[in-house]
Design a binder for this molecule. Structure first.
Ligand code: FAD
Ligand code: MG
Length: 321
């Protein structure tokens, strides 16, 4: 990150997340427009309040279809397509389980196994029916709920980038709490830290140098609770209804669009290192950094970024798959 004091930082809390905007000229009105754009999308997409376009769809589950605005429809369509990929760990219909576990919210608890089994029945992505002409969405079974928590921040980060570009900003950064989108190349690159799992907020495993790229991280260490010595984190396995359990602490994706980054962190979190690296073969535009519980940092490739390891208790490895 340039240490230059011409960097102006603006912050807010939206979507339950700390939001940080960096610009290279002092521009309070533009910062306000960025935050109100994020708020507009939050108002459309949130499932943490009784009313939003997504909640209108959820309230009508098992009853009728609901027409929505084009951006909401397109995002749901994209989320459904990602959910329908063979073996996908991404599931836009995961809502009933997210609401029951409440991981990251007050009142979290481990649901009884029979409740999880029952909720799995109303979390099937194929039961989300889309009508391209009416731009409407129908959840065919009562109790179904769409949750866009694993994709919406990525989409919104890209819309902020578009707004900044439209306003003639050539260098800047937006961080939506785990979703970073960068513009331009101040002093040649942006340096983005890779957080050390389960450590102090500012402890880093390493740092990436990127330009005009998005960096999205999904980890098990931001939103979780512990019960009887067991840790339960917020990325759920759509097959079992329990938090995904594998060798990973986090997955970071470097890509042009943050939307892709957000989708792929979830897909690859589910796939694990070996299968994840294979999935990225032929996807020159998407690169991953896996941080494992065994203290390895595995890079799928290094085309769009440079990586520096900052913590020597970790081992840096390149994917061999
Ligand atoms: P990711 O790993 O990208 O996604 C994990 C999230 O996706 C989970 O939290 C869950 O919501 C969902 N999910 C879990 N498993 C799956 C799966 N297998 N497939 C697909 N999705 C899955 N947080 C608050 O504390 N308060 C708020 O008021 C609040 N409002 C929000 C409003 C909006 C519009 C959005 C987008 C988020 C909001 N959040 C809020 C944060 C939200 O609850 C999630 O924690 C956040 O979106 C997770 O983002 P991530 O990138 O860390 O995780
Ligand atoms: Mg995600």
């Amino acid at each position: 990150m340039p240490t230059d004091d011409s960097v102006y930082s603006y912050s807010a809390v939206l979507m339950g997340s700390p939001i940080l905007l960096k610009l290279f000229s002092h521009n309070e009105p533009l910062a306000s427009r960025v935050f109100s754009l994020i708020k507009q999308y939050e108002d459309l997409l949130t499932v943490n309040r009784a009313q939003s376009q997504v909640m209108d769809i959820n309230h009508a589950a098992g009853e009728h279809s609901v027409p929505v605005s084009r951006p909401v429809y397109q995002l749901i369509k994209c989320a459904k397509a990602s959910s329908m990929l063979p073996g996908s760990a991404f599931n836009l219909a995961i809502g009933p389980l997210v609401k029951r576990w409440r991981i990251g919210f007050k009142g979290d608890s481990v649901p009884p196994a029979d409740e999880i089994a029952a909720l799995l029945e109303v979390t099937k992505a194929e039961d989300v029916l889309l009508d391209d002409t009416a731009l409407s969405v129908f959840l065919t079974r009562k109790g179904m709920e769409i949750d866009l928590g694993a994709i919406a921040k990525g989409y919104i980060a890209d819309r902020v980038r578009d707004l900044l570009q439209k306003e003639g900003v050539t260098e800047g950064l937006i961080n939506l709490g785990g979703n970073v989108q960068t513009l331009g190349t101040p002093q040649g690159y942006w340096s983005i830290g890779l957080k050390k799992p389960f450590s102090d907020a500012d402890a880093l495993v390493g740092a990436m140098e990127v330009a005009n790229k998005s960096v999205v991280t999904s980890g098990t260490y931001e939103r979780y609770f512990e019960k009887n010595g067991q840790r339960y984190h917020h990325i759920l396995d759509p097959k079992t209804g329990y938090p995904l359990d594998n060798e990973l602490d986090s997955v970071t994706i470097i890509s042009t669009d943050s939307l892709d980054g957000d989708i792929w962190t979830t897909l690859l979190y589910g796939a694990g290192v070996e299968h994840g690296c294979r999935m990225l073969k032929g996807r020159d535009d998407i690169e991953a950094i896996f941080v494992t519980k065994a203290r390895e940092v595995v890079l799928s490739s290094r085309r769009q970024f440079r990586f520096t390891l900052l913590d020597d208790s970790y081992r840096l490895i390149d994917c061999t798959a």
